[in-house]
Design a protein. Sequence first.
Length: 236
Amino acid sequence: MRGSSSKGAQQELRLSSGHGGARRGAGRKPQAGRRRVSHGQRPAIKASWPVHVTVRMRRDVPRLRNFELAKVLRQAFVKGCQIAGFGICQFSIQGNHIHLICEASDRERLARGMQGWCVRIARGINRAVGRRGPMFDDRYHVEVITSPRQMRNSLCYVMQNARRHGERLDPRYHGVDPFSSAWWFDGCVDDRWRQGLELPDPAPPVARAQSWLLNVAWRRHQLIGVTEMPAAGRRG
């Protein structure tokens, strides 16, 4: 500064309006009616605690409940259903999101397993529909399952999610959702729905459950009905 009157005077620091630093309005923009997934640290994961994972697609991704796209998705499930320390044990495909029941030995294995699976899904769908760019709308959501009742509720929520959303289920499949892992799920009250149906493919798209909660414990609270509505969808 020039002039003797300015010597020793403390000058006000003004933040530049250019790049860098916090800016009003910066960051992710939430969509109306739905909270974004937190970018904080993921919850602790143990091999004995299965997890319910939900992944959502961007708005410009075609509807997933399509038998042609289901073939693409199935390939990703078969290749990524089980790797060291990570396994996808059950799933259901909805219009714009996918539910998974997974097992992972720790937080890092879950992250690596999901990353590989998401890459396969994105590449497969983009190739199939001639699309480019990111596929997923947000970080995947994780719910850690620590009790038999919570395990039972999560399985019912995933396997019967199409009913919760009011999707029309093709009567040829006797009440089960063909866009789910129902064929490889052995926890139904009645298995007569399988009569007259052929195994979709000999290569299973899901991993064999290893945890006590997912193998045994949840069955103490009753098997799941073929037409059962998840508790979260029973209103009305």
